[in-house]
Design a protein around this ligand. Structure first.
Ligand SMILES: Nc1ncnc2c1ncn2[C@@H]1O[C@H](COP(=O)(O)OP(=O)(O)OP(=O)(O)O)[C@@H](O)[C@H]1O
Length: 974
C-alpha cells in the first residue's frame, strides 16, 4: 500500500485537520463571537476568544492529482507527492483547497489551476496565497543574496570571519524570500509557484502526503499498546539495550537463513543480547513503578527481514544510488520516500564527506546516521548532550541497528559490558556524552575499534554564538575526533543555528563550506499565532477553551520559570484540565514518569520549562503554547517543532508582554564577568604552577562560585577555553569530589601505613578532627605521583576489605597545568572581552525574538496572509531571514538609559548596604533582579531595589554604579 499512514479517510488535505469533526457549518464570524462569548465568558470577553473561536476546517478536496512540475527540485520527497492516492472523507461536503499551513492560498493561483485545486468556502478560513508579499523559491546550490565577500565584520557578533563569504556562497539549499507587491504576480512565476506551493508552506494542492511524510505502516505505530509487565531490577544498560530483541522479533527469525554465515553471526549476537537482557521475550522499558512502554524497533513492527535488509545494505555498499537507498529505507523503516535533505546527506556521508546538516525539528535527522551506520563497516559514535536524549535515540534505533550507550549513570559493570560488546563488534551505534572525551581512558578504548562515522547531535552547542552553547562541546574539535578517535567522517546535525553559529561549528569540525545541507523554514503544518497579553493566565484559559486549542488532546505549555510551571499546572488541574509540570527541579524519576504518561496520552497538558522537549518524539502533539517569550528564535523554532510531528496541522501560540520580556532579558546578563574578577580567578587557577609541572590542581566549585561571583558554567567555560584555546594552558580532568573524611576500622593507621604507601601519604597530608582523617585528594595523589582515579580505586579497595570507611565532598574542577601564562592581565582582558561578546549575542537573540513578536502584533499589515492573531507567514519570514541572513535588531526603544533617579537610587542602595562589597556588575544585577552566587535572591530580593531597573539598559546601570563606587573609593582615600 502506498498510502500515507494518516490517510484513513478522516482527513484529506495536505495539512489536514486532526479531528473527524462533523461537516462544518462555517458560521459567520459574528455568530462565532457570540457563541464564544456565551460559552466561555459571561462578562468582559477577552479579545483572544474572538480571535481563536474558529471551527476546525473540514475542507473537501478534488480527487485530481497535482501536476508534477518539470523543473522539480532534486529533493525526493516532492517527487513522490503526486504518486499518492486520494482519500475523500464522506463528510467533506465543501469544495475545498487544502488549508495552507502558512495560512495562505493564492487566489490567482487558484484560478489559474482550477483543475487541480479546490477552494475553502469558509469565511474564517486562512487568507489566500496571493496575499503573500513574497514568493517562495527553493533553490539547490543557490547563492545567498547577502554576500559578504570582503569578509568584513559580521552584523551578528562583530567577529571578523574572512572565510565567511565563500561559506555563504556555497550553501546547498536555502529558501529565498523576495518581496512582491500583492496582486502583481508574474504569470510565469505562478507556474513556478505551482510547484513551489507544494514545496513550500503555501500548500495549495490537496492531493499529497503531509509535509511530514510517514510510511504506510505508521498508523500501527501510533496505536502501540502500553502494557504492564513485571519489572525486573535490571541496571541501566540492561534496560536500555532493548532495541527490538523480543518475542515477536524472535519469530521473525524463522524467515532467516541461519545456515548462512551472516545468519549464524546474527543469531549468535541476538542470543547474547537476550542473555544480557535477562528475559527472553520481554521487550519493554520499565520505570520504577512498573509501567512499561513498548520500545520495539520500527523494523520489528514492520516485519523486519534481516536477510533482505542485508541484501539491501550490500546493494548500497556497491552503489549508493537513489534506488538502492530507497530500497534500504523501505525495508528498514517502511517509509516510501526520503524527506528534504535526507538523500543528499546520506550520499555525502556514505562517500566519506564530512557534512553539516540543518533540518527543522522533527524533519528526520536521525535517519541520516542510522542508515549509514548499517552500511559503513565500523562503529558510528553519536555524541548527544543529554542522557535522556541518548536513551530516546537508542530506543528509536531501527531493529536492524544494534546500539549501545555510555553515560555517567551506568555502573562500572554496565560500562564494561558495553565495552565488551563494542569490542566483539556487536554495537553498530554507540551513544556517548561529550563529557566522556575528558577521560583519556575512554579515548583509548577506541584504539582497536574502527570508527567510520562520528555524529554530533545538537551541533550548535559547539558554538558560543548559538543559543545553547555547552563548554563540553568545545572539546569536539576535528583534531580530537580525527586524531584520537580516528574518525573517518563527521556528521554534525542541528535544527537551529544561525549562519554565524554554523560557520563556527563547521570551522571547529573542519567541515568544508560546500558540505552544508540546510532546510531552514519551519515545518508547514505549524499554524503560528501570537498575541500580546496583559493578563496571560486569563488569556491562556480563554485560549484553551477556544477552538482549535480546546480540541487539542496533547499540548505543551512552555514557561520560563519553574515556579510558573507549577502554578499554571495547579491552576489547570483546578479547572479540570489534566496537566503535569516538568522542570529540572523535579526528581528525574517523576519527570520521566510525566513524559511517559504524556506520550501514552494519559495527561493532556505538560506545563514545562525549556527542560522538556529535547529528544521527545511524540508525534501527535497538537499544540504548543508559549506562556513566556522564548529566549531566542532558535528556542522558539525548537519548541514549536515539538508539535505536529505526524504532519497534521498543529497550533502554536505565543503570548508575550513587556514585563516578562524585561524580566527574561535581564537574565541574559547573569553570565557576564568583570575583568578584574577574571584576573583574580586566573591567579587562583595558576597559583599551583610555581611548583613542578604536571601536578594535579583543583578548584572547589561551590566556594569558587561564591568567591568570584560566577556561575559554575562560566568557570567551566573559562577553564575549557584555557585548555582548548590557541595556547593550551591546562589539561582538564574529570570533575570529582576532593575532600575526603576517613575512619580507620580494623588495623591501626600506623600499622597500615607501614604496609601501604597510600595510607602513609594520607596520614602525612591529613588533618585529624574528632578521630577522623580529613585530607585533600589531589594533594595526596600529587605526593605519591598517583592519578586521582587510581587513588579513588585504592580507597575503594581498602573499603571493601573493611579497613576504612570514608566520605567524599566538595565537587571540584580538576586540572593539570601545562603552560603558565606570561601575562595574566592580558589573558584576563581577552577572556572578558570574549565572554561579554557572548553575553551581548544572547541579549540580541532575545531582542530579535521580541521584535518578531512585536512586529506580528503591532506592525504586520495583515495583507500577506496574516490575520487577527494568525501570523504564520510573517513569523516564518522573520525566522528565515534570521537564520539565513543573520538579521538581528537594535536595542528596542523600550529599554531606557541612565537617569538622575538611577544615580540617586544607587547612592541610597550603597548607603543602606555599606557592610557589603559590591562590584558595578553586582549592583546592576541586583537592580535588574538577577541572583548570582554571591548575591542570592533569598537574601537580596528583600531589598527595595531588587529588580527596580529591569527596563533600564544593564550597561547604563553598570556605568552609573561604577561612577558611584569610584566616588566612594575616593572618599575613603581622603
Ligand atoms: N523519510 C521519512 N518518511 C517518513 N517519516 C520519517 C522519515 N524520516 C524520518 N521520519 C520520521 O520523522 C520523525 C522525526 O524524525 P527524527 O526524530 O529523526 O527527527 P529529528 O530531525 O531528529 O528531530 P529532533 O530535531 O527533534 O531531534 C520520526 O518519527 C521518524 O521516524
Amino acid at each position: 500500500m502506498d498510502s500515507d499512514a494518516d490517510s484513513d479517510g478522516s482527513h484529506v488535505s495536505s495539512t489536514p485537520p486532526r479531528h473527524p469533526l462533523p461537516p462544518p457549518q462555517f458560521p459567520s464570524r459574528r455568530a462565532l463571537l457570540a457563541t464564544a462569548k456565551s460559552r466561555t465568558q459571561p462578562k468582559n470577553t477577552s479579545t483572544i476568544s474572538s480571535k481563536f473561536s474558529r471551527p476546525m476546517l473540514r475542507p473537501k478536496i478534488s480527487t485530481k492529482k497535482p501536476k508534477k512540475s518539470k523543473d522539480d527540485t532534486t529533493i525526493q520527497t516532492q517527487q513522490n507527492l503526486s504518486d499518492l492516492p486520494v482519500h475523500i472523507h464522506p463528510n467533506d461536503t465543501v469544495s475545498s483547497e487544502a488549508p495552507p499551513s502558512g495560512g495562505s492560498c493564492n487566489s490567482k493561483f487558484a484560478s489559474s489551476s482550477k483543475t487541480q485545486e479546490t477552494q475553502i468556502q469558509n469565511p474564517s478560513s486562512p487568507p489566500k496565497f496571493s496575499d503573500l508579499p513574497f514568493q517562495i523559491h527553493r533553490s539547490v546550490n543557490a547563492v545567498l543574496s547577502h554576500d559578504n565577500s570582503s569578509g568584513e565584520v559580521l552584523p551578528a557578533g562583530g567577529l571578523c570571519l574572512p572565510k565567511f563569504a565563500s561559506f555563504l556562497k556555497t550553501r546547498k539549499t536555502i529558501l529565498n524570500f523576495e518581496p512582491v507587491e500583492a496582486g502583481s504576480i508574474d504569470p510565469q512565476l505562478v507556474q513556478v509557484n505551482e510547484k513551489e506551493a507544494v514545496d513550500s508552506g503555501c500548500r495549495a494542492k490537496a492531493v499529497r502526503k503531509y509535509p511530514n511524510l510517514i510510511g504506510s505502516n505508521a498508523s500501527s505505530l501510533s496505536s502501540l499498546p502500553v502494557k504492564k509487565v513485571k519489572c525486573a531490577n535490571e541496571g541501566n544498560f540492561v534496560r536500555l539495550n532493548i532495541n527490538g530483541y523480543g518475542k515477536k522479533f524472535a519469530s521473525k527469525f524463522k524467515r532467516r537463513n541461519f545456515n548462512s554465515s551472516s545468519g549464524k553471526k546474527f543469531y549468535r549476537r541476538w542470543k547474547k543480547k537476550v542473555r544480557v537482557e535477562g528475559k527472553e521475550g520481554e521487550n519493554g522499558l520499565c520505570d520504577e513503578e512498573g509501567l512499561v512502554v513498548e520500545v520495539k524497533g520500527r523494523g520489528e513492527r514492520l516485519g523486519f527481514d534481516a536477510e533482505l535488509i542485508e541484501e539491501a545494505v550490500m546493494g548500497v555498499r556497491n552503489e549508493a544510488s537513489d534506488e538502492n537507498l530507497l530500497r534500504l529505507l523501505k525495508l528498514t523503516y517502511g517509509y516510501d520516500s526520503f524527506r528534504d535533505g535526507q538523500l543528499e546527506t546520506l550520499k555525502m556521508v556514505l562517500s566519506g564527506k564530512s557534512t553539516m546538516l540543518v533540518l527543522p525539528t522533527g524533519a528526520g535527522k536521525s535517519l541520516c546516521y542510522q542508515l549509514p551506520a548499517m552500511v559503513l563497516q565500523g562503529v558510528t559514535v553519536v555524541i548527544s548532550p543529554l542522557v535522556s536524549l541518548m536513551i530516546d535515540q537508542l530506543k528509536q534505533l531501527p531493529a536492524a541497528v544494534e546500539g549501545g550507550l555510555l553515560c555517567s549513570s551506568q555502573t562500572p559493570e554496565e560500562v564494561s559490558e558495553t565495552f565488551r560488546l563494542l569490542e566483539e563488534g556487536s554495537i553498530k551505534v554507540l551513544f556517548v556524552s561529550p563529557e566522556r572525551f575528558l577521560n583519556s581512558d575512554f579515548l583509548s578504548i577506541f584504539c582497536n575499534t574502527q570508527i567510520s562515522l562520528v555524529v554530533i547531535d545538537e551541533a550548535h552547542c559547539v558554538s558560543e554564538w548559538s543559543h545553547n552553547f555547552r563548554p563540553s562541546y568545545m572539546r569536539l574539535k576535528a583534531s580530537l575526533l580525527r586524531d584520537k578517535l580516528k574518525a573517518q567522517c563527521i556528521l554534525a546535525m542541528t535544527a537551529t543555528a544561525t549562519t554565524k553559529a554554523l560557520y563556527h561549528v563547521m570551522h571547529a569540525l573542519d567541515i568544508p563550506s560546500t558540505n552544508l545541507i540546510q532546510v531552514v523554514k519551519p515545518r508547514d503544518n505549524l499554524q503560528l499565532s501570537v498575541s500580546s497579553s496583559e493578563n496571560r493566565m486569563k488569556d491562556l484559559m480563554t485560549l484553551l477553551k477556544s477552538s482549535p486549542f480546546s480540541e487539542a488532546k496533547s499540548i505543551i505549555i512552555y514557561c520560563k520559570f519553574q515556579s510558573e510551571t507549577d502554578f499554571i499546572c495547579k491552576y489547570l488541574c483546578d479547572n479540570n484540565i489534566s496537566a503535569k509540570s516538568y522542570h529540572s527541579g523535579i526528581f528525574a524519576k517523576d519527570r520521566s514518569r510525566t513524559q511517559e504518561l504524556f506520550c501514552a496520552n494519559k495527561i493532556r497538558v505538560v506545563v514545562a520549562t525549556v527542560a522538556f522537549g529535547m529528544g521527545l518524539n511524540k508525534k501527535d502533539i497538537e499544540a504548543v503554547i508559549h506562556y513566556s517569550l522564548p529566549e531566542s528564535l532558535e528556542e522558539y523554532v525548537q519548541e514549536i517543532g515539538r508539535a505536529g510531528r505526524d504532519g497534521r496541522i498543529s497550533y502554536c501560540h505565543l503570548f508575550f508582554d513587556d514585563v516578562s520580556y524585561f524580566k527574561i532579558r535581564s537574565l541574559m546578563y547573569s553570565d557576564g564577568v568583570d575583568e578584574y574578577v577574571v584576573n583574580k580567578l586566573l591567579c587562583q587557577i595558576f597559583s599551583g604552577s610555581t611548583t613542578s609541572a604536571g601536578i594535579i590542581c583543583s578548584l572547589v566549585k561551590e566556594s569558587a562560585c561564591r568567591k568570584f561571583d560566577m556561575k559554575e558554567e562560566v568557570i567551566l567555560t573559562i577553564l575549557t577555553q584555557l585548555e582548548l584555546g590557541e595556547v593550551q594552558y591546562l589539561h582538564l580532568l574529570p570533575q570529582t569530589s576532593v575532600t575526603c573524611t576517613l575512619n580507620f576500622h580494623q588495623t591501626s593507621p600506623a600499622l597500615l601505613a607501614m604496609k601501604d604507601a597510600v595510607v602513609a601519604a594520607i596520614l602525612k597530608n591529613s588533618e585529624i578532627k574528632d578521630g577522623q582523617y580529613i585530607f585533600d585528594i589531589p594533594s595526596v595523589a600529587n605526593s605519591i605521583g598517583l592519578q586521582i582515579v587510581d587513588l579513588s580505586n585504592h580507597l575503594q579497595t581498602l573499603k571493601i576489605k573493611g579497613e576504612v570507611r570514608y566520605e567524599l565532598k566538595d565537587q571540584a574542577y580538576c586540572y593539570v597545568i601545562m603552560n603558565t601564562p606570561k601575562d595574566i592581565c592580558s589573558l584576563a582582558t581577552w577572556l572578558t572581552k570574549w565572554l561579554s561578546e557572548v553575553e551581548s549575542c544572547k541579549v540580541r537573540k532575545m531582542d530579535t525574538m521580541y521584535d518578531a513578536a512585536v512586529f506580528a502584533t503591532e506592525a504586520c499589515d495583515e495583507v500577506h496572509g496574516c490575520r487577527d492573531h494568525q501570523h504564520t507567514p510573517c513569523l516564518q519570514r522573520k525566522i528565515t531571514e534570521y537564520f539565513v541572513n543573520g538579521t538581528e535588531v537594535e536595542v528596542p526603544k523600550r529599554i531606557g538609559g541612565s537617569s538622575p533617579f538611577l544615580t540617586a537610587d544607587i547612592k541610597v542602595f550603597l548607603q543602606c548596604n555599606s557592610y557589603a562589597k559590591f562590584t558595578p556588575r553586582a549592583i546592576a544585577r541586583i537592580l535588574h533582579g538577577i541572583a548570582s552566587p554571591a548575591f542570592p535572591s533569598a537574601v537580596w530580593s528583600r531589598t527595595h531595589f531588587w529588580g527596580r531597573y529591569m527596563q533600564t539598559d544593564f550597561k547604563a546601570i553598570t556605568e552609573a554604579a561604577k561612577a558611584e563606587l569610584m566616588k566612594l573609593v575616593g572618599k575613603d582615600a581622603l
